[in-house]
Write a protein that binds this ligand. Structure first.
Ligand SMILES: Nc1ncnc2c1ncn2[C@@H]1O[C@H](COP(=O)(O)OP(=O)(O)O)[C@@H](O)[C@H]1O
Ligand SMILES: O=C(O)C1=C[C@@H](OP(=O)(O)O)[C@@H](O)[C@H](O)C1
Ligand SMILES: [Mg+2]
Length: 261
């Protein structure tokens, strides 16, 4: 499922993600310190829990633990396979176990699956945590999950009427998301970067600092200028013009000609 349109954006085995060995739990002197996630992300399928989770984790300099990826790693099966072979109730049991454990063992960002809040044990375990509900409307949810063109990795959104399924899912879950959330962040019509910024703001964390954009050679303009120069210079008189400034080694700038006074 990973890598499909609307699929989860992370998967088991990615460096720095879902690495139980790097979770907290025990301090160096052997005493067990309290470990809790910095933030837990909840919301419907397509809200961006996996995508935003990864970026928020990066901005905070912590790990992302995506419980769906953890379920796949633990069972050695994809989520659609678990649904198809064992059914939803078995998936929910595994999910509950993985989620409750993660709330005790993870110290970074934890992204839950959209249906995790259906478990009352999970909802109880979420109390006292910083829980961000990524809110999303039905239309955008269907688009982002690929459910409209039958290209979804979410088994609950397959079939003839994914819209009706998504609507029903939201009717049941919206109150549960709201009950579990300590922070709500809208995601409709907001780019992932804006959602990340909003989450960081609400957490009181400094925003992601965008790395400076690499300077791109302005090829069109440079080539046009080169062609103009070529037209002015008789062929063979001058060396070929440089196509890009970036190919010439940096050197001291030639002094500007003095303006006549
Ligand atoms: N704010 C956003 N705007 C547009 N697309 C988004 C946004 N957040 C996530 N997406 C896209 O939606 C799809 C589902 O995101 P994902 O993180 O897997 O959601 P979730 O884990 O909540 O189901 C991915 O293709 C992702 O790139
Ligand atoms: O809404 C749901 O019940 C589910 C959502 C999925 O996760 P995402 O919310 O990350 O898509 C995944 O856990 C599974 O397909 C069930
Ligand atoms: Mg996800």
């Amino acid at each position: 499922m990973t890598g499909q349109a609307g699929g989860r954006s992370n998967g088991p085995g990615q460096a720095g993600e879902n690495d139980p060995g790097r979770a907290g739990g025990e301090s160096t002197d052997g005493s067990s310190a309290e470990v809790r996630p910095r933030v837990v992300l909840i919301g419907p399928p397509g809200a961006g829990k996996s995508t935003i989770g990864r970026r928020v984790a990066k901005a905070l300099g912590v790990e992302l633990y995506d419980t769906d990826a953890a379920i796949e790693a633990r069972t050695g099966r994809s989520i659609p396979e678990i649904f198809a072979e064992d059914g939803e109730p078995v998936f929910r049991e595994i999910e509950e176990q993985v989620v409750v454990e993660s709330l005790r063992s993870q110290s970074g960002v934890v992204s839950l699956g959209g249906g995790a809040v259906l478990s009352s044990r999970t909802r109880a375990a979420l109390r006292g945590h910083t829980v961000v509900y990524l809110e999303l409307g039905i239309g955008e949810g269907l688009r982002r999950t690929g459910a409209l063109n039958a290209n979804t990795s979410r088994p609950l959104l397959t079939g003839v009427d994914p819209k009706a399924k998504y609507r029903e899912l939201m009717r049941t879950r919206r109150p549960l998301y709201r009950e579990a959330a300590t922070i709500r962040v809208r995601t409709d019509g907001r780019s992932p970067s804006r959602v990340v910024a909003a989450v960081l703001d609400r957490l009181g964390a400094p925003r992601e600092v965008a790395p400076p954009r690499p300077e791109r050679p302005r090829r069109g303009r440079t080539r046009r200028r080169a062609r103009r120069q070529n037209r002015r210079t008789p062929a063979g008189d001058a060396p070929p013009p440089a196509v890009s400034d970036r190919t010439s080694p940096p050197g001291p700038r030639a002094p500007r000609p003095q303006e006549p006074t």
